[in-house]
Design a protein around this ligand. Sequence first.
Ligand code: HEM
Length: 852
Amino acid sequence: MAPLWSVYVLLTALVLLQNFKAHADDDKPLGSPFVQRAVREAIELVDKAYKETRVSQKQQLSKRSLKPSDLLRFFKHPVATTRVAVRSAEYMENTLRLIQQHVHRVHKRSLNATDLLTAADLDTIARVTGCLAIRQPPICKDDCFTDRYRTFTSVCNNRRKPRLGSSHTPFTRWLPPHYEDGFSLPLGWTPGRQVSRFPLPLVRDVSNKILRTRNEDVVNDLEVTHLFMQWGQWIDHDMSLSPHSGSIQTFNDGIDCERTCVQRNPCFPIRIPRGDTRIKNQRICLPFIRSAPACGSGELGSLFGDVNTRQQMNVLTSFIDVNEVYGSTDCLANKLRNLTNELGLLAVNEEFSDNGREYLPFNTISSNLCGRMGESCFTNENSTPCFIAGDVRVNEQLGVLTFHTVFLREHNRLARELKKMNPHWSGDTTYQEARKILGAFQQIINHRDYVPLVIGDEATMKYLSPYEGYDESIDPGIANVVATAAFRFGHLSIQPKLFRVDENYQEHPQFKSLDLHQAFFTPWRLIKEGGVDPLMRGLLGRPAKLQRQDKMLPDELREKLFELTAHLGMDLGSLNMQRSRDHGLPGYNAWRRFCGLSAPRNQGQLSSILRNRDLARRLIDLYRTPENIDVWLGAISEPFEAGGRVGPLLACLIGQQFKNLRDGDRFWWENDGVFSGSQRQALQKISMSRIICDNTRIEFLPRNAFKFRQYPQGYVHCSDIPKVDLSAWREDAQVTPCGSVPVVKHAHFSICKSSVRYTCESRFELVGGDTITCLSNGQWNQEPPGCVDPQSTGHHNIRIKVIQGGKGGCVPKGPNGKCIQSASQNDVEKVQLNEKNVKIKNAILSGKTSNG
Ligand code: HEM
């Protein structure tokens, strides 16, 4: 008998064929066979570019030495679920581009595009490319057990608009984007093209003339620690990651973006100005790959009168939920867990420990990314493992890796404590409860201790006045301007060194402080050079860099970003500005107006806003008008607000974002019903210093880990730092009015309101309904289930099997594929939709639908 799926494909093909014929008979300029051809061609183009990129990526990663751009690409390159989402968007974008090209070629006049593409055509394109599945709202369940924890993707946090704030959705726009062609091409794409009556300067020219700072000229910020900087990056990795296109070559003609100054999607190389501070050859460029578009955005703009401009995708959940520890997809989340027992732990490194304390597990993908030959000497000569965590940037530099390690330990510490108090909890309940507590810690430390130091007193009062409850109408998504410009303010607080100090907060005698470029992608240093403590002490005991209008970005970041070898280092300042043009961010003045601030019209007015005539003059020399100043640059140039580390524009943008993340989060720690009153009270004792005390061997530290104190003034012993009392999490196994929860042998249970859900220990299988509910008459609605040993009863396992992912990959592939790691309903639905699309796609590619 033919397998079910082939019958399905045949039926789908017939339906599509009918559809196409009907359109062809209409005799319209663009009938569906035309659309179909465009889709087929686009799929072929994208698949070819992806395949070639993959081959070249593999070759690069196995090379002896890596270029800085290889390293950036490593964490920007879409993989797993991100790749599925990005690929769909690129199929769609390229289909529409081909259609557009055809329209221009054939009709040579401007046409009302709605006459050319019917709604059905668009629907077909969206369906076949996979975009429809990605954009369809999932169904949110509302049973007590499912809805009690955040989903990993954060879908259904907002129950009315379930995708708000979830991973793999477009960034939120607070202002419409500003593209050169109105819908897709970055500003500055065409050399000499005017914006607000003036051409934009090259970003590298701006970087040279405004940002340049010698490492030794950096000024210390004696108010805040270097850990203040590190927390900023940590929280950013909880909020946003915009992936590159899945191709590193042009779709049309296969030109490698890394070796060209040609500007064609997705290549948007950074050109070198005359008289550059470092690069003398103007014919080379710093590579830059455009961020991937989100489904259904971009090229459609010209067809539908600029209603659909290019959007970029956030790989992460927007919410402050510690997704950098747990992952933003079900697949990754499961991969990071220790599922071999019922302790609710995260998986840890099996080969190495930090004097008995845990390290993150290694990523199973082997590459030379995380250390040069000879410097990495773990498993064997050819293997230089990277760590794996919930965020792909974990290995980017040793400071962020230190945070990842400490937060992994904190999860496991919480899980062990909780399990001790509640031995009846399953591994899953223990894991979820520890995850929920860690999420609350992150929110409290961020909003109570960190954000006010960033935005200052006035903005804190304005945006973070006392919590008034969850508001479903607030969009909690990360704004494109925040990810691409505003929150990158933290780049100005990075020291050119990563400090490593001993117990007395003196330079470590054995493991000296590192120039930052020596700390990029070198996780082996954590294991081989003293573990977490010297680095964490360095973050606590040394000040952050001070952002000053005349000392902006040190050479470590402007000339040596990701430079491990002699290759061309990247420039973080240029990347930030090129990225904001890539994302179509409007200029400085548009954002000043958005925030209700004055918009300077000339150099004089800019001087008074910046309180700096020289800087205003240099900016106007480059941009000619304040309108055009790249928003990141304009915003970081403003003098600080009182009590803060940013100026008024950033205080507004960052303040608004954190307000939305608080008030638009149904699982916000203060929201009614998320924690009990006694739990809420206990949680407030948390501090970053406490987390460090509990998970390192550090004994003395500043009480407030963000505020710089010269050791030993203001340093306290860990015993003086308050602890969170977890006794409020002890669960009484009673349900009113039924009394004690019935004990089932070999089962764990958890209680939600008046219901009890049982799960069996591994090896045992559940017989009967898993949930019992206590009725108002004091009786249980049914008998509890049993846990039986299938070996002894001959009972067959009929549950979906959990199959481990392949080498590092983790794409949900469906019942016949290899990598369903969890059976969450959302994932199963997604898989089914994806399978459908793949089949339709295959039918189109093989030409079956058009040729019969
Ligand atoms: C040593 C420390 C750091 C390094 C090496 C670093 C490096 C980078 C790099 C290479 C990018 C990607 C640039 C691009 O191609 O668009 C980036 C993005 C970003 N960084 Fe940093 N960064 C550091 C610290 C920080 C800090 C302290 C903050 C904030 C307080 C921050 C906030 C951001 C944000 C918001 C993004 C955009 C993320 C996205 O949506 O893709 N970074 N950083």
